[in-house]
Structures are given as C-alpha cells and as structure tokens.
Design a protein around this ligand. Structure first.
Ligand code: ATP
Length: 138
C-alpha cells in the first residue's frame, strides 16, 4: 500500500481550508497516518524543494511557505500518489478543473508564487524522500 506527503500550504491554512482538504481526502477513502500543524524552516523547505534549486521562483516559493503555518500529512491508500494529485488538480489554479481542490479553492492573486493551497508528492521516490524529511519518526 502506497503513502504520499500532503501539505496544506500557508494560503490554504490562512483561508480556512484545512478541514475541506482533509474532508476530501477522507471522503475519497484514503487514510491519514500522520497529521501535524507546523511552521517549516528554511532548511526543511530548501530540502523539500531541492529539485527546483536554481529556478527563479524557488526563493519566493520558500518565503511563501514560511509565511504561516502549514499542515503536513501522510496519507495512505492504493495508488494514493496519483489519486491525491487527481484530487488536487493541475498546478495553475486558474485552469485547474472545477471539482478539484485547486479548481474550487484557489485562484491567481497576481503574486510571484503560484498559491495553490496544497502540495502532493509526485512519485513513489518523491513520496519516500518527502515523508522521511517531514516525518523522520515514521
Ligand atoms: P504539479 O506537480 O501538479 O505542478 P507541484 O506542487 O508539484 O504541482 P511543482 O512544479 O513541483 O508543482 O512546483 C512546486 C510549487 O511551486 C507549485 O505548486 C507552485 O506553488 C510553485 N510554482 C511552480 N511553478 C511556478 C512558477 N512558474 N511560478 C511561480 N510559482 C511556481
């Protein structure tokens, strides 16, 4: 059975969407195996976004992710990596399909960073790396 790392990003927490994101995960039938509200530091986020190192949006992205608390969760289920990404919708919230988290709960605010409410791991390798980073005790 597969696991993925889900983050409710600071925009999602600030706008009161934690319950709605967790509701959609549970309604789909996935299981929460870890859940924590926390303030991520620079080192954790630089590691989390290591694949984007050098890109122009990486520092604005890290600053955004430090702008308030995030909710980090480990979610479990068959094909949950693909399944959560389907629940989340595409990266750009303007064109994310209605019915998805990003399509329903996010929009373009004209900022440097795309604020799109959630993160979900994109592969089994990323999920293992990210879960070890955010929940080293698991
Ligand atoms: P997806 O894989 O569905 O695109 P993701 O969250 O994995 O979602 P990444 O491409 O890994 O997206 O980018 C990480 C995050 O960085 C995005 O969710 C978004 O918040 C931000 N981001 C990505 N591309 C840009 C960009 N061109 N300009 C500003 N912010 C961006």
């Amino acid at each position: 059975v597969q696991r993925t790392l889900v983050l409710v990003k600071p925009d999602g927490v600030a706008r009161g969407h934690v319950g709605e994101v967790l509701r959609r995960i549970e309604a789909k039938g996935y299981t929460l195996v870890a859940l924590e509200l926390r303030e991520a530091d620079e080192a954790l986020l630089a590691e989390h976004y290591a694949e984007h190192a050098g890109k122009p949006f990486v520092q604005p992205l890290i600053d955004f992710m430090r702008s308030g608390p995030v909710v980090a969760a480990v979610v479990e289920g068959q094909r949950v990596i693909e399944g959560f990404r389907s629940l989340a919708g595409t990266t750009d919230p303007t064109t994310a399909a209605p019915g998805t988290i990003r399509g329903d709960l996010a929009r373009d605010w004209g900022r440097k960073v795309i604020e799109n409410v959630v993160h979900g791991s994109d592969s089994p390798e990323s999920a293992a790396r990210e879960i070890a980073l955010w929940f080293p005790a698991l």
